[in-house]
Design a protein around this ligand. Structure first.
Ligand SMILES: *Cc1c(COP(=O)(O)O)cnc(C)c1O
Length: 401
């Protein structure tokens, strides 16, 4: 009999054939130590008491589950609820993971924190938590991303972090991760690597999932209070996959709740300028784990594109690959233009300017809702707010700010 997904990964970090630990020799003891520390924290009520207390008073949790009445009407009546991660401190779900790992680093006695960032959202969350906990923070960021996201670079500096430019490869997120791993190999004794999504070698995908599961746990309680039953669908955007796993995982054994993960189709799947690893990738190894990856015929990692900076990554968390393989979740892709349309729609029907990442999930929801019975319930994870994306949207509209 198949193991229930709840008991995965196995002790080596495998979700059946996905995940594992493809890491340099020098990191294996560090990963073992991290795993042991996390297992200890996981079973220590005082660790979770501090996580819960800071989640409440610092991050602003629980975030509301909001009935989007006008969007529901617009779509023909299927009830649409939004899980408001956009209202969490720093404007997205990323704070949940940064807080959990920051507390773990402190528990391990590590005061030097390194992190990678693409557009800067995880860098800002990591820098925020390090300021709050009094830890040193170094953020690796590709030079290309630094020039595209000057505001987030400045934010990280305001928060006291050092931003280290990465000039290798395509000078974007995957190169920043490579550089962070290199730093960790060199400084492993005093350094904690605060990884930003459910990717990387074991135990990161599991640990980050557990910290983000607070989203799904709250959602379950909130939808039962509001509707007296579980939703028919949960829909979330998938970059590395952490906001999606966070809202999906607490429902994994509720078989009537269908999961839909929405990836970035960028300029179209056929153009190869996209970031849809699950929809259009092949199984391979990237950043320490086996999962779906965007690679060419020679196995080289492809350049990706999405209008949403947080979705612009050529890999995906191994647990999503497992969900895809066993059919627990369905993965689809939405392109830049459709995401932009949904961005405007949500802004104007609900007065909520979404981040471009969850605008992908909103787009798919709108398309699907029109063909569903009115009684059905959809929960969309609104992973972040759109303030960070206003420049990108203005550019797309040809507006000069
Ligand atoms: C970073 C980010 C994402 C993508 O990351 P996941 O790990 O897939 O959740 C999605 N939404 C927002 C708002 C983000 O900042």
């Amino acid at each position: 009999m198949r193991i229930e997904a709840k008991q995965l990964p196995d002790s080596s970090g495998y979700f059946e054939q996905f995940g594992g630990r493809f890491a340099p020799e020098t990191l294996i003891p560090a990963l073992d130590a991290l795993n042991a520390a996390y297992e200890g924290a996981k079973h220590d009520p005082s660790f979770w008491a501090e996580f819960d207390s800071l989640s409440r008073d610092y991050s602003g949790r629980p975030t509301p589950l909001y009935f989007a009445e006008r969007l529901t009407k617009h779509c023909g009546g299927t009830q649409i609820f939004l899980k408001r991660e956009d209202l969490a401190h720093t404007g997205a779900h990323k704070i949940n993971n940064a807080l959990g790992q920051g507390l773990l680093a402190k528990r391990m006695g590590k005061r030097r924190i390194i992190a990678e960032t693409g557009a800067g959202q995880h860098g800002v969350a990591a820098a925020t938590v390090c300021a709050k906990l009094g830890l040193d923070c170094i953020v690796y960021m590709g030079e290309e991303d630094i020039s595209r996201q000057p505001l987030n670079v400045f934010r990280m500096k305001l928060l006291g972090a050092e931003v280290r430019p990465v000039s290798s490869g395509s000078k974007t997120l995957k190169d920043a991760i490579n550089e962070a791993i290199r730093d960790w190999v060199t400084n492993v004794r005093d350094t904690y690597y605060l990884l930003g999504s459910v990717v990387g070698p074991h135990p990161y995908p599991t640990m980050v999932r557990d910290f983000q599961s607070i989203i799904g746990k709250e959602t379950k309680q909130q939808i039962l209070e509001k509707c007296g039953r579980l939703p028919d669908y949960i829909i979330a955007c998938v970059g590395g996959g952490s906001n999606a796993i966070g809202i999906f995982h607490p429902f994994v054994n509720d078989r009537d709740v269908k999961f839909i993960g929405v990836e970035a189709a960028g300029k179209g799947i056929k153009t190869l300028q996209h970031a849809a690893s699950l929809v259009a990738g092949r199984v391979g190894v990237l950043h320490g784990a086996k999962s779906y990856v965007l690679q060419d015929d020679a196995g080289q990692i492809r350049e990706t594109h999405s209008i949403a900076p947080g979705l612009d990554y050529p890999g995906v968390g191994p647990e999503h690959s497992y969900y895809k393989a066993v059919g627990r979740a369905t993965y689809v892709a939405v392109d830049d233009n459709a995401a932009l349309e949904a961005f405007h729609l949500l802004s104007q029907t609900e007065g909520i300017i979404p981040a471009l990442e969850p605008a992908h999930a909103i787009s798919y929801t709108v398309k699907m809702a029109s063909s569903l019975p009115k009684k059905q319930i959809i929960v969309v994870n609104l992973s972040g707010r759109g303030d960070k994306d206003v420049d990108i949207v203005a550019r797309a509209l040809g507006v000069k700010l």
